[in-house]
Design a protein around this ligand. Structure first.
Ligand SMILES: [Zn+2]
Length: 292
């Protein structure tokens, strides 16, 4: 997991551009509430690191205003298309290829961190942020569906904000464990460990993120294929027959460290590589001549 990069421009410009592509009653409605939207954009920035405390719009936007605001995102316009493109293009190669909520799938959709749905209760809907660039996060279908519209529970946010939470902590919270329950079939379990960590606040937030997106189960399903590729890598090393377990362990540790720099300390592949490096059973399984 790595942070997404925020677009280096005034977020309100996006609203202004998209508003200008509207006509008739909607355009009039958006013009009328323009100053309120500007203020709400400022509120978002002011609460960026603590969005759980962001108050709902007061008074709430009425049905007509909600409709016009949602329309800004729901209906494709050239400025909206440009905005989505700009958000994607501004990301790292890794983030353009892989959803940073999970680190598994292609980011084929955009998630609204604060839900834009006008049908929700007035305390949990934020149609005013339908086209706020910092509220639009590239992510995969599965994460988008799992997030749904419930972004806060018991006063705490359910998922990490990829622009505003510092998710590139050095501390490791995600731990993988490789076991051989059946002969020659490695199974992997993932857990989040928060005990005796320095950054407890991040740990709790990361734990909620993992639970909400059901990541442990999703990581577990990715692990067998990744381990098979790792086994193939090890078996293709030129001097494999001369290497002992300790040599492979060093190789795997170095690989894990390199991936950690690239993907972040709490990426599932990093946790898996570190578990592989510490599992003598796994290394023996890789060096063994039997099998596929
Ligand atoms: Zn995802």
């Amino acid at each position: 997991m790595k942070n997404l990069e925020r677009l280096p421009r005034d977020p309100f410009e996006a609203f202004v551009a998209i508003r200008s592509a509207k006509e008739g009653d909607r355009r009039r409605t958006l013009d009328e509430i323009s100053e309120r939207i500007r203020q709400r954009y400022t509120d978002y920035q002011n609460h960026a690191t603590e969005l759980a405390d962001l108050p709902a719009a007061e008074p709430p936007f009425d049905d007509e205003q909600c409709e016009a605001l949602s329309h800004c995102y729901k209906i494709e316009t050239t400025p909206l298309e440009h905005l989505k493109q700009a958000i994607l293009e501004y990301q790292s190669r890794e983030a353009r290829a892989t959803c940073q909520y999970c680190g598994i799938d292609y980011p084929a959709t955009f998630d609204h961190y604060l839900p834009r749905d006008g049908k929700l209760s007035e305390f949990s809907r934020f149609p005013e942020y339908a086209v706020h660039p910092d509220n639009i996060l590239p992510c995969c279908y599965v994460c988008n569906r799992r997030r749904g519209t419930s972004w806060r529970k018991d006063g705490e946010r359910t998922c990490l904000h990829l622009y505003f939470d510092n998710i590139e902590v050095k501390e490791r919270f995600l731990i993988a464990n490789i076991e051989f329950e059946e002969a020659n079939v490695p199974t992997t379990h993932f857990s989040v460990e928060t005990d005796q960590k320095v950054n407890q606040e991040f740990g709790r937030r990361y734990q909620r993120h993992v639970d909400t997106l059901r990541l442990r189960d999703r990581f577990r399903r990715q692990a067998p294929a990744r381990l098979e590729r790792l086994r193939a890598d090890i078996r293709s090393l030129p001097k494999r027959r001369e290497y002992g377990i300790d040599d492979i362990q060093t190789y795997l540790r170095e690989m894990a460290a390199a991936q950690r720099g690239l993907l972040g300390a709490n990426h599932w592949e990093v946790a898996l590589l570190m578990a592989a490096a510490e599992s003598r059973d796994f290394i023996e399984y890789c060096l063994h001549d039997e099998g596929p």
